[in-house]
Design a protein. Structure first.
Length: 204
């Protein structure tokens, strides 16, 4: 069986007990380096991948059909995660274990209710960003290398959007940084590309 295991934001403290139990019973644990670094306390066989397609040879191989394979994912696997990719590559039975999303983690740190927020991903996409900002008082985004927090702040500044932005970097890790301010304050700031970016519109 293939288990897609959500690890939460990253730190061991935020990994669900059922996720730990599943990984400890697995024959192989597969994942990207940053996610796997959170699992140094688990002794099972681990395979590091550099790109998503590296998974194919393990989940498509007949020799692994009888193995329990855990594929680990940051955050929650069904929110812009790896689930659709894995479902498209294998006919094996799949079990998905949720993880605490980075959105949940950051909004709880901020004591910020997010029930009316627009939730989006800028991983490989950008065209909807300003439209969604204009249509929603609160929006929360996954960023990437091209659509990083600095670029987004410049976009908001150029569009003259009155708002506060919050950037969460390395959430739950020892080097976690949470920055709050206007877009103008961060036009020359360097952030981790894979951050959480919150836009809260103001009436100023």
């Amino acid at each position: 069986m293939i288990h897609i295991v959500g690890l939460g934001p990253g730190h061991r403290d935020y990994i669900m007990p059922i996720a730990l139990e599943t990984m400890k019973k697995s024959d192989i644990i597969i994942g990207f380096k940053r996610a796997m670094e959170s699992l140094d306390f688990i002794d099972n066989k681990k395979i590091y991948i550099n790109k998503l397609s590296d998974i194919d040879k393990y989940i498509c191989s007949e020799e692994n059909e009888d193995n329990n394979i855990s594929i680990v994912a940051s955050g929650d696997p069904t929110f812009y995660g790896i689930t659709n990719y894995i479902k498209s590559k294998t006919n094996q039975e799949i079990n998905i274990i949720p993880g605490i999303s980075s959105f949940q983690y950051l909004t709880c740190k901020l004591k910020l209710p997010w029930n009316n927020a627009y939730l989006g991903s800028l991983h490989g996409r950008y065209e909807e960003f300003l439209d969604k900002i204009k249509d929603n008082e609160l929006s929360i985004w996954l960023t990437d290398k091209e659509n990083n927090p600095t670029i987004l702040c410049k976009t908001l500044h150029m569009a003259e959007i009155n708002c506060k932005v919050i950037v969460g970097e390395n959430l739950s890790y020892e080097d976690e940084i949470i920055s709050e301010g206007s877009p103008e304050e961060f036009l020359n700031t360097t952030f981790s590309p894979l951050s959480i970016f919150i836009v809260e519109k103001t009436n100023e």
